[in-house]
Design a protein around this ligand. Sequence first.
Ligand SMILES: *Cc1c(COP(=O)(O)O)cnc(C)c1O
Length: 424
Amino acid sequence: MDHFLYRDGQLYAEDVPVAEIAAAVGSPAYIYSTATLLRHFTLFDEALSWGPHLVCYAMKAASNQAILKTLAEAGAGMDVVSGGEYARAKAAGVPGDRIVFSGVGKTREEIRTVLEGGIRQFNIESEPEMRAISEIAASMGVTAPVTIRVNPDVDAKTHAKIATGKSENKFGIPIAKAREVYAEAARLPGLKVVGIDVHIGSQLTELEPFAMAYRKVAELTQELREDGHEITRLDLGGGLGIPYTRSNEAPPLPVEYGAMIERELGHLGCEIEIEPGRLIAGNAGILLSEVIYLKEGEGRNFLILDAAMNDLIRPAMYDAHHDIVPVIEPQAATEQQPYDIVGPVCESGDTFAKGRMMPPLGPGDLVAFRSAGAYGAVMSSEYNSRALVPEVLVHGDQFAVIRRRPSFEEMINRDSLPEWLQAD
Ligand SMILES: *Cc1c(COP(=O)(O)O)cnc(C)c1O
């Protein structure tokens, strides 16, 4: 459920007409709903209320300071994957002991910064990384709390670019090797093993792959305890999918996910961490766009929008489907027609949908890409020197720009000319 609904014939974001935001901020623009963000966080928090837990929002999904602060104030921890994300989490007021650090390529500089600023745990992805963290922590005279990310070799049954839990993926260490790597972790200075980490992929629409992975984690927990490790924390990653279309069967709900975790892992007495990103932010955001032209081609009509692949890359990169709805609610009897919906960028890949059935639309009409809150704005670029799309946060009947659109002058001034090209 989200808070982008038609009311009195037009699309609202909570209690604000989307057209009003368009008039104030211009198009295109990302618009987020505070109520939806909080609702999704709370669903996860409640789904794990059977035991000690922390929901660490995977902030790579949408990392605007206002979004982070909204979630942090509700009690969320953060899952970060870079020094930049760590800095953003800290700037939003998240204490170090609620931040977990994931990712396969943590640099020595990032490791040092995070150890200085405080961290709940490193999720270690390889032996060389483990040795680097040990060395740096020991040299600083501190102890780094760590889990090791195991790769359970299960098929997440999702798009190849976002599957991470098969042995051919670059993530984690093979689960069969885990006891050996944990033994080394226990011997190394500067490390304290606190648990196990697993994350098998994104946009999973069934519980079974998770359950298979978590069963393997349960077994490993027993084995590592027999080996003398104190396993008190299980980080189960993110990955629960969201409905991108209204018509499709809905993926499992957080409450069902939480109950499955209790069934598979509840008996171990561990603190549970999860790292949902998409499910918290995905349906909490839309991308607003305006039709520039209706181009009537041979056998097909193109709707050319002012949003493009640089603003929302998911269709080009993951073959992703986004529902696209008109901001003015069509009459029930309106006959739909097929459109190819495209952006202005000079690439054929800049196509959002082909043959999409829509009510008649023309220049000046506003549309909204639904489910664009996760992996939308964060993956945007200024390709074709198109300004980064502004972000807007709605809260009840209020809205605020939380990242403004840069002017062309600002964009140009980010470059600098070397001395030899400067006029005298
Ligand atoms: C991307 C990622 C997540 C979040 O995945 P979602 O599908 O957005 O829930 C969580 N943990 C790790 C380690 C990730 O890489």
